[in-house]
Write a protein that binds this ligand. Structure first.
Ligand code: ZN
Length: 205
């Protein structure tokens, strides 16, 4: 059970992220307020992953603030401290890069993440894929939905061994996706045939 000050930190993060994401909506058909997403990610980490580490949960709430809002690194550091900032930075894409390069990097770097960042990755991919199955963005073709789920499966392949319960929930989602979207998830060993191939021969990174 988290202590009172630990709850304080989490609620502080919820209020901070809610303000930062104010006006933003998810891509689902109901256009849900964006803040429902980081809250859902933290919720699966707690409820399915049984993780109660306060730094991980606070960073989960904040995980999209650097990437998708005007939040600065200094602001997060000032309010939540260096450790939480480091975790959020680990799960923040470089938005100056084009979309496919960002996807490629997520696959290429997933294995190097800290345990906290891996848990957030797992929760984030689980929630995003569930959203795509339950309430896909209206303009997403079947192919685009399949591609997203295949990419998420490739990222998660690189962080297996992080949390058995979250990985089992992810596998359950993959199974549902295969039925619902009528396709087969390709094994990770064929990742180099995909547009987000991580180029394993390049040891520069
Ligand atoms: Zn997210």
């Amino acid at each position: 059970m988290p202590s009172e000050t630990q709850f304080d930190l989490i609620f502080e993060a919820i209020i901070f992220a809610a303000r930062k994401h104010q006006g933003q909506v998810r891509k689902d058909q109901r256009a849900s307020p964006y803040i429902t997403h980081p809250i859902a990610v933290a919720k699966v980490i707690i409820e399915i992953g049984r993780v109660s580490d306060i730094l991980t949960l606070t960073a989960a709430i904040l995980h999209d603030t650097l990437e998708d809002t005007d939040t600065s690194e200094e602001e997060i550091k000032e309010v939540f401290g260096e450790e939480i900032l480091e975790i959020v930075l680990e799960v923040t894409d470089d938005k100056t890069l084009e979309k496919m390069e960002r996807k490629r990097r997520q696959v290429a770097h997933a294995a190097d993440l800290s345990q906290a960042a891996k848990l957030i990755k797992l929760g984030d991919k689980l929630i995003n894929c569930q959203d795509i199955l339950q309430s896909p963005p209206e303009n997403w073709t079947l192919e685009r939905r399949r591609n997203y789920i295949q990419w998420a499966a490739d990222v998660v392949s690189e962080i297996r061994g992080t949390n058995a319960a979250l990985e089992a929930a992810f596998d359950q989602m993959l199974h549902e996706a295969e039925n619902k979207l009528d396709f087969s998830i390709k094994p990770f060993r064929t990742v180099n045939q995909r547009p987000w191939a991580p180029h394993p021969n390049n040891h520069q990174e």
